[in-house]
Write a protein that binds this ligand. Structure first.
Ligand code: CDT
Length: 336
């Protein structure tokens, strides 16, 4: 069997002046809870380590620099290293979202997959669909979404990858080669997205064309962002319910249409006591059902035992790409 116990580690409010070391300690506590429940994979949110700073127009380079991890290898960032050390010693793989500053000075909205059995990062993803604007809003009361200002659109594509050590005896189950996507055997095939990417069907499809069985992502989604979505202004409770509805809708629909499990993890709650982000971290099955979901908007571990063989029904029948896709009719997709 290809069963794994997985978790979303939802993270509640992180204020603008939070000390990164303290935030990392919160993440370590979530990892320790995961270890008690024999979890083998924990997915943390987008930009887990700091407040969701793209909501602010920040002119001070010194302040901005604090929100980023600098250098090639995030596992060696002094404030963050203890989290990777804990993951390794607990034998838990982690997906961690963070703001990356590369050696050329470019900013990226990044996540990495750290394999406990390999003791290193085995895959990196940089967010492709950056929402919001470069310029701040004139209305000082409006929450900004300045990802286009602080980050560059991801340049690593959507590379699916296999994660070793999660499924017992995976190596013995078959002689699967890298890229041999449809056997349903061997080490699980993953894809990573970040927040807004989850709303774009192409992103999911590119991963499942490579056989992805598990798509994982973190998010920061405003609870009252109707001014950014262009929809009619709504009362706050209605706006939050709508944001949560759309978040679950895209996760459930895309999991079903791509015959894959998915794990989503929210950075949520009231940053600085006033900037509200939705919760709703969830683990979803290939039939589109939510198997486990967050009940709070605080630090919370959402756990489910999943069986990857449940992807076979969709991948071999309803959504057997080889038999049923009609790519001769899809040309417009990469032309506009
Ligand atoms: N972080 C992130 O990508 N948030 C977006 C909000 C977009 S507001 C125009 C999201 O898709 O949830």
């Amino acid at each position: 069997s290809r069963q794994i116990t997985v978790a979303a580690a939802q993270v509640g409010a992180v204020h603008r002046d939070a000390d990164k070391k303290d935030t990392v300690q919160r993440l370590i506590r979530l990892l320790q809870k995961a270890a008690e429940k024999e979890v083998k994979l924990v997915v943390f949110p987008e930009c887990t380590l700091t407040t969701f700073f793209p909501r602010h127009f920040i002119e001070s380079q010194e302040e901005l620099d604090k929100y980023f991890e600098h250098g090639e290898d995030v596992t060696q960032s002094p404030d963050v290293k203890p989290l990777f050390d804990e993951a390794r010693s607990q034998g838990i793989d982690i997906v961690l979202g963070y703001a990356e500053r590369d050696p050329d000075g470019k900013g990226w909205n990044t996540c990495v997959y750290f394999s406990a059995s390999e003791g290193k990062v085995i895959s990196k993803y940089r967010k492709v669909h950056l929402p919001g604007t470069k310029e701040p809003f004139a209305d000082p009361a409006a929450t900004n979404q300045l990802e286009k200002r602080y980050f560059t659109p991801g340049n690593l594509g959507f590379p699916a990858f296999r994660a070793p050590g999660l499924v017992p005896d995976a190596a013995k189950q078959s002689t699967v080669k890298e890229g041999d996507s449809t056997t349903g055997k061997g080490d699980p095939i993953f894809g990573m997205l970040i927040c807004n990417d989850r709303r774009w069907p192409e992103a999911w499809r590119i991963y499942t064309l490579q056989g992805a069985e598990l798509i994982v992502f973190g998010f920061n989604t405003g609870a009252n962002m109707s001014h950014l979505w262009g929809s009619k202004p709504m009362p706050p409770d209605k706006a939050e319910a709508e944001a949560l509805f759309h978040s679950k809708l895209v996760q459930q629909a895309n999991s079903y249409m791509n015959a894959c499990f998915s794990i989503s993890s929210a950075r949520c709650g009231l940053d600085d006591g006033k900037y509200d982000l939705i919760g709703g971290s969830a683990i979803c099955s290939p039939e589109g059902h939510i198997l486990a979901e967050a009940k709070t908007k605080e630090d919370e571990l959402v756990v489910a035992k999943i069986d990857l063989s449940e992807c076979r029904q969709g991948k071999e029948k309803t959504f057997d790409y080889a038999r049923h896709r009609r790519i001769e009719t899809y040309g417009l997709i990469d032309k506009q």
